[in-house]
Design a protein around this ligand. Sequence first.
Ligand code: ZN
Length: 177
Amino acid sequence: MNETMTPELQIPLTGLKTYPETTLFSVSGDFFEAFGQEEVLDADVCLTASLDKEASGFSLDLHFEGRLVLRCDRCMEEMDWPLSFSARYALRRASDKELEDVEETEDGREIIPLDASDKFFDLSQLVYDELFLSIPIRHTHPDGKCNPESTKYLTDKPGGEGEMMDTPFAGLKDLKL
Ligand SMILES: [Zn+2]
């Protein structure tokens, strides 16, 4: 779906001369916009993709380093969300019949089936999923760093009821033991 949208997020699977073949990509705010994602206001992420040949396909290592710009859940102002993490995948060529039986993981890596004729691998969906899933459901400025004008009338202040509800035991205080 994304070939016309983010052609730069493709790595060739054939004709590679060195392994691992490492490619650098940059992911900007336009990337999330193209996915119709409005929660990420902007992005400045450096992506390192290393492709290593294996007997039955490729090992793909991704490393993300940079920041996303999100909206703070407390004061609704923009905030930087720094990130640095890695993800590993196993790319496997398989016939249609084999694809039905393919395992979901191998050595802790998610298996991505490849078409036997694929000459490129499009990273767009993987990159989107990894970055989007790295965002916690609740993201706020560090305590005391919110815009004071925006939080003046909020009850969701550090130590307030909003914070209490984030802990898994928040409901316990209402239990009669
Ligand atoms: Zn804030």
